[in-house]
Each structure stands twice: as C-alpha cells, then as structure tokens.
Design a protein around this ligand. Structure first.
Ligand SMILES: [Zn+2]
Length: 101
C-alpha cells in the first residue's frame, strides 16, 4: 500500500496537474488552429508560419511539465535516466501517483 501524500506533496501534485492541463489546452488549441487554418483560403500562405509560432510557443509548457519535480522524491516527476513521459500517471522515480485528491 502506497503511503498517502502529505499536504505539501498534495500541493505539489496539484501544481503538476495544473501544468499538464495548460500543456493539454495548448495542444488542443493548436489542433483547433490547424483545423481552422486548413479551412482558410490562405492556408498555404500562413500554415508554416503559424505552425512555427505554435511550435516555439510549445517549448515553455512542455519544459515546464517535463522538468516538474516530484514533491516526494524531488527528482523529475515525468522522467528518469532511461525514459521520459509527460503524460505519466505516477512519478517515474518513486511511483507517487498523480491522482491523489
Ligand atoms: Zn517521485
């Protein structure tokens, strides 16, 4: 049985969940933007420029999520020496689950 997180750890988990939500919203906005742009008359003119802007804008939220520290083990929550996964449901180092309330 996993040890329940402390109040400080729960606050850290909420922060990680919030960062992941920002990343997912950013990705969703990008997908909607692609759909809107693809239906536009000017798709050929602006598509690469818009994609480049979106890609540059994705750096910050992706790094923010990818470099988030686990509130328990203080190592990277979404990565360890051999793997990385920004959508991991638990810390890849200590196994602290993200879905604690
Ligand atoms: Zn951990």
């Amino acid at each position: 049985m996993a040890q329940a997180p402390t109040a400080q750890e729960r606050a850290g988990l909420r922060r990680i969940r919030r960062r992941r939500t920002v990343l997912l919203v950013y990705i969703a906005v990008g997908l909607v933007g692609v759909a809107v742009l693809a239906s536009s008359r000017h798709a050929d003119r602006y598509a690469m420029f818009a994609f480049a802007l979106w890609l540059i804008g994705a750096i910050a939220p992706t790094l923010t999520v990818g470099l988030s520290r686990c509130p328990r083990c203080l190592r990277r929550f979404h990565g360890n020496d051999s793997q990385g996964n920004v959508f991991a449901r638990a810390c890849l180092n200590c196994g602290l689950r993200l879905d604690w309330p």
